[in-house]
Design a protein around this ligand. Structure first.
Ligand SMILES: Cc1cc2nc3c(=O)[nH]c(=O)nc-3n(C[C@H](O)[C@H](O)[C@H](O)COP(=O)(O)O)c2cc1C
Length: 341
C-alpha cells in the first residue's frame, strides 16, 4: 500500500496534490467536486487588496455621513463586478466551502501593503480557514525603493498578520528576489510557516493594431516547473519552511519531481482548467503506478532526494550547470537564411 500522505503548514494531507488559487473555487459546488476528484487541500481564489481598499473607502464614506456604525457598515460594500465578488461574499463562500468538505481550505489574500490585510486574515480565520496564503504580487517600479526596503515591508506585513492570527501562514512569492533563499529565511523568521514558489507574472501584451497594452492570460506550460524545482531543491534543508510548488505542475511526473526537489505539496491550476478537475485522479494513480514500479512506499521517502544537499553533484544547481547546459545544445545549420518578419 503506497503512502501518499504529506504534511504542509502543519496540516496532515492525504496526498501532495493541492488545488491552487483559481476561479475553480468561485462556485460552492466545486469544493466538493475537487475533494471527490482527490485534492488533498484547496486554496481559495484571492481576496484582492483593491477589494479591501474599496470596502474601506465605502465604510469611511458611510461613517462620514453618520448613517451607520462600523459593525453594520458591511451593508455599504460597493458593487464590484470587475473583481467578481466583494469581501463579504468571499468570507461567506469560504465558510460554506469549508463546511462542505473535510479537506483543509486555505484562504488567500493578494496584495503588497498592510491595509486591511490583518483584519481580513482574522475574518478568514473566523470563517473557518485552515491556513492563510499571502500573495505578494507586486511590481516595484519606484527606482528609489531598494530591495531591502521592499523585503522589510513584506516581512513587516507577515509579522503583523502573524501577531493577529493563530493559523499557519504561507507566502506566495515571485522568483525575482535578488537573494531568494535569504528572503525565504527572513519570511520564516517573520512568522511565515511556508513559501509557495512561484507566482507567475502575467505580463501584458502589446496590440499593434489598436496600439494598446492588453491583458493576456496564458495557462502555464510544464516547462515552467523547472524554475520551481530548481529553487525547491536549493531551499530544501537550508531554510526551515514548508515548500509548495505552483507553476507548471501538469502530470504525475511533475508532482513526483516536486517531491524529490523537496516540496511538501505540488499545486495545480492550469492543468485542471484544461483537462477538468477529474485530472487529479489521473495524476494520483500515475504517481502510485510510478512509485510501485520504482519500489517507493511513501512520498516522505522520496522528499528532497534530488535536492541540492542530497545529490552527488550540487553543481547541477549552480553555475557549473549553466556551462554544461549551453554546451549540451546541438545546433544543426539548415542553411536557410534567418527570417526577420
Ligand atoms: C484564471 C486564473 C486565476 C488565478 N487566480 C489566482 C488568484 O486569485 N490568486 C492567486 O494567488 N493565484 C491565482 N492564480 C495563479 C494560480 O494559483 C497558480 O499559481 C498559477 O496558475 C501557476 O500554477 P499552474 O501552472 O498550475 O497554473 C490564477 C491562475 C489562473 C490561470
Amino acid at each position: 500500500m503506497i503512502d501518499l500522505s504529506t504534511n504542509y503548514l502543519g496540516l496532515k494531507l492525504k496526498n501532495p496534490v493541492v488545488v491552487s488559487a483559481s476561479p475553480l473555487t468561485e462556485k460552492l459546488e466545486n469544493f466538493a467536486r475537487l475533494e471527490d476528484a482527490g485534492a488533498a487541500a484547496i486554496v481559495m481564489y484571492s481576496l484582492f487588496e483593491e477589494q479591501i481598499e474599496a470596502e474601506s473607502e465605502n465604510i469611511d464614506s458611510a461613517l462620514e455621513y453618520g448613517t451607520n456604525s462600523y459593525g453594520e457598515a458591511t451593508s455599504y460594500l460597493p458593487d464590484m463586478p470587475k473583481y467578481h465578488v466583494g469581501p463579504e461574499r468571499y468570507l461567506d463562500l469560504l465558510h460554506k466551502g469549508k463546511a462542505s468538505v473535510s479537506i483543509p481550505v486555505i484562504g488567500s489574500l493578494n496584495g503588497s501593503s498592510p491595509g486591511g490585510w490583518v483584519r481580513y486574515s482574522e475574518y478568514m480565520q473566523e470563517a473557518g480557514a485552515d491556513a492563510i496564503e499571502l500573495n505578494i504580487f507586486d511590481v516595484p517600479t519606484d527606482p528609489n525603493m531598494t530591495a531591502e526596503q521592499l523585503e522589510t515591508r513584506y516581512c513587516n506585513l507577515v509579522r503583523a498578520i502573524r501577531k493577529s492570527i493563530k493559523l499557519p501562514i504561507a507566502v506566495k512569492l515571485g522568483p525575482y528576489f535578488t537573494s531568494c533563499a535569504n528572503f525565504a529565511r527572513k519570511l520564516s523568521e517573520a512568522g511565515a510557516d511556508g513559501v509557495v514558489i512561484f507566482n507567475r507574472f502575467y505580463q501584458p501584451d502589446f496590440d499593434l493594431e489598436e496600439m494598446e497594452v492588453v491583458p493576456n492570460l496564458v495557462l502555464s506550460s510544464p516547462h515552467e516547473l523547472r524554475l520551481r524545482l530548481h529553487w525547491a531543491a536549493i531551499l530544501y534543508h537550508q531554510v526551515e519552511t514548508y515548500i509548495a510548488i505552483t507553476g507548471g505542475v501538469h502530470d504525475a511526473s511533475d508532482v513526483l519531481k516536486s517531491m524529490m526537489a523537496g516540496a511538501h505539496v505540488a499545486m495545480m491550476t492550469s492543468a485542471l482548467l484544461k483537462y477538468g478537475v477529474e485530472h487529479i485522479g489521473v495524476v494520483l494513480s500515475g504517481m502510485e503506478a510510478w512509485m510501485t514500479e520504482h519500489e517507493y512506499v511513501s512520498v516522505k521517502q522520496m522528499r528532497g532526494s534530488m535536492s541540492m544537499v542530497n545529490i552527488e553533484n550540487p553543481n547541477s544547481f549552480l553555475r557549473g550547470n549553466y556551462l554544461k547546459m549551453l554546451g549540451s545544445y546541438t545546433w544543426r545549420d539548415s542553411g536557410s537564411a534567418l527570417s526577420t518578419f
